[in-house]
Design a protein around this ligand. Structure first.
Ligand code: ADP
Length: 627
């Protein structure tokens, strides 16, 4: 950009605002009637403000010093209202009434323009927030894995709020002040252009003084926003992992990290304030000199009869009004810079392309039969070496397949690929013979019900948690699913039964109970394919047996893919795939694998020995193991 080395305060703000305006245009457009109306009222309030000092001027010229000379360039001659029209008492009275009416009109119209803008701004940011939320939900796991949740939350709350706030407390007054200033300068030039040149000369001086500071403030503000985001992210991380922080006595270490971040944030906050205050002082000096010059020259003009005392009063009042916002311009610019920084942070999220999206012409996945095929699938997370390479297998409708293999072999990744949480690097995944990318993402995911290792329950009642599997389910269906998932009995023992609200992170239920609720959720969904990711991990034997039983029952007649370490759980499945070194190493029934696959046999025997020892105490598991 030409002249980019010059320090221009608005240089970054204006394009920043323009960018924001363009990005949020659809939301702004919807409020155009409200914004237009508020701007009209604002213009009216500006007109009244410009008129406000006039009664005072006229009082001076007509009542206090009616004999004052009116020669020269002073145009008040035209407005001369001699005493013969009305007595001085009536004149004074009407001036006072005019002053009161003007002030009230200004105050009321300012109030309405402000309220109107605030309403429009609130509606806009509500829409922006909804848009942000929608986008965030659609962003792939690739994005969410590297994003910090605390930072994202501050973008939702603080940054969005800041945008709204700034529109009303900085943009609107700044625009109003600029228009008022221009009008007042125009009137002053009309009265006495020489005298008006003094405040006009202040403008470039003011501009030069504030340029550098404004730029510095913007940089500080942007840095501060980044730091605040980092601080929120760090705090969210600690709160999210508070159990470990306390158990590992990491409290004091975390406190130090927090204190350091907090101090940095504070330092930047203070720096912005210092810069703004410093500039205010400089501007004050410029303004007082200008005012002095106007007085010096103005009094001279009054004495020589070039202007009336009322005109000088008008000048001084206008100057007073013009200079106040000039002192505060840094405050406004800081606020706007903060808002543009906040806006950028929101746009950063909104501009992140959705990498998993519907292809043009994608079709609705109707009720499918459930045939799954991996066709030479390769996949890696980022630039790291591939997690899966050349994966090739097929699952027939109604077949129940277990994926086993060492931890980190890529089993869960396979499930994520089926759900299109990630797209393959190469190769295809076919569902009922069709590439899953040809289905609409939503409809594709509706074909699956899932039970994950750490089932997440939301902070709503257990009944609602189950119904999340199928938002149209009624309470009878919820209970049926819970019975099938072997969860009905323990739910009925809870204080409010199905209405019991589970504490955050499911703290009030055991792992096995949580899993059975998750299974009920999967059951109620009644999707053709069930994906089960380590559903028995971390459970004791009794719970494990309960969960396995529930899973066996619920997956009957469906295509099911179970990812597990637990070779006892996988044993009852129709087919077992062994994943090792990024490939499918073997495939077959338990018996076949025991005969032909050394890795499987060794793993099974290791687990089975352990389990048989313990299983003596748990007949349920024993029965299962020998199925
Ligand atoms: P498994 O389910 O067999 O234990 P995963 O599919 O979870 O294995 O992981 C396979 C490999 O991919 C591991 O090396 C793991 O570290 C890596 N991995 C898993 N998730 C991510 C992710 N979100 N980002 C980067 N690497 C990942």
């Amino acid at each position: 950009m030409a002249g980019s080395r010059r320090t221009v305060p608005f240089r970054e703000i204006i394009p920043g605002l323009r960018h924001l305006g363009r990005a949020f245009w659809p939301q702004i457009r919807q409020q155009r009637a409200m914004i237009g109306l508020s701007l009209l009222v604002l213009l009216f309030s500006i007109a009244v403000r410009v008129l406000e000092p006039w009664p005072l001027k006229l009082m001076f010229d007509w009542i206090i010093m009616p004999q004052a000379p009116t020669a020269g360039s002073d145009t008040t001659t035209a407005l001369e209202a001699p005493g013969f029209l009305a007595g001085p008492g009536v004149l004074l009275g009407s001036m006072v009434v005019a002053l009161i009416i003007l002030t009230v009109l200004r105050a009321v119209s300012e109030y309405y323009s402000r309220v109107g803008m605030a309403v429009a701004a609130t509606r806009i940011v509500t829409d922006v927030r909804a848009r942000l939320f929608r986008h965030l939900q659609q962003l792939s796991l690739r994005y969410h894995h590297q994003a910090k949740s605390g930072d994202l939350v501050t973008r939702f709350t603080y940054d969005v709020e800041r945008l709204r706030d700034t529109a009303v407390t900085a943009l609107l007054p700044l625009a109003a002040n600029l228009i008022t200033m221009t009008t007042m300068i125009g009137i002053m030039l009309w009265f006495d252009w020489q005298l008006a040149l003094i405040p006009v000369a202040v403008l470039p001086l003011f501009y030069l003084t504030s340029a550098r500071t404004s730029r510095a403030v913007q940089q500080v503000v942007r840095e501060q926003r980044r730091r605040d985001g980092a601080l929120a992210a760090a705090t969210a991380e600690v709160i999210g992992a508070i159990k470990y922080v306390q158990a590992l006595s990491l409290g004091s270490l975390q406190e130090k990290v927090f204190a350091r971040q907090n101090r940095k944030s504070l330092k930047h906050g203070a720096k912005a304030q210092r810069l703004a205050a410093g500039l205010e002082t400089k501007v004050d000096i410029i303004l007082v000199v200008a005012k002095g010059l106007v007085l010096w020259r103005g009094v001279y003009l009054v004495v020589t009869g070039a202007i009336t005392p009322g005109t000088l009063i008008l000048f001084i009042t206008y100057l007073q009004f013009m200079f106040r916002p000039m002192r505060q311009v840094v405050k406004y610019l800081t606020r706007i810079a903060r808002a543009t920084a906040s806006g950028e942070r929101i746009l950063e999220v909104l501009d992140t392309p959705l990498d998993i999206r519907d292809r043009p012409g994608a079709v609705e996945a109707g009720p499918i039969k459930g045939r799954i095929r991996f066709d030479h699938v390769c996949f890696s997370y980022g630039q790291r070496q591939p997690v899966l390479s050349d994966i090739e297998f097929a699952i027939e409708p109604g077949q129940r397949v277990a994926l086993v293999g060492a931890s980190g072999a890529g089993k869960s990744t396979l499930l994520a690929l089926m759900l299109r949480l990630y797209d393959t690097d190469s190769g295809r995944i076919l569902l009922d013979g069709r590439d899953i990318r040809d289905y609409r993402v939503d409809s594709l995911r509706r074909q699956f019900s899932i039970v994950l290792q750490d089932s997440v329950l939301f902070a709503v009642s257990i009944g609602d948690n189950i119904a999340y599997g199928d938002l149209e389910a009624n309470s009878a269906a919820v209970e049926r699913a819970a019975r099938l998932a072997n969860a009905h009995d323990f739910i009925m023992q809870l204080p409010d039964g199905y209405n019991t609200v589970i504490g955050e992170r499911g703290a009030t239920l055991s792992g096995g109970q949580l899993q059975r609720i998750a299974i009920a959720r999967a059951v109620i969904r009644n999707a053709p394919v069930m994906l089960l990711d380590e559903p028995t991990r971390g459970l004791d034997n009794i719970n494990r047996a309960e969960v396995v039983r529930a899973l066996q029952r619920c997956s009957a007649g469906k295509t099911a893919v179970l990812v597990t370490h637990d070779l006892l759980a996988s044993r009852g499945f129709d087919r077992i795939l062994v994943i090792r070194d990024r490939h499918i190493e073997a495939s077959g029934s338990h018996e076949e694998l025991m005969r032909h696959n050394g890795f499987y046999r060794k793993s099974y025997l290791e687990q089975y020995d352990e389990q048989t020892e313990q299983a003596g105490a748990y007949p349920a598991l024993q029965r299962l193991a020998s199925r």
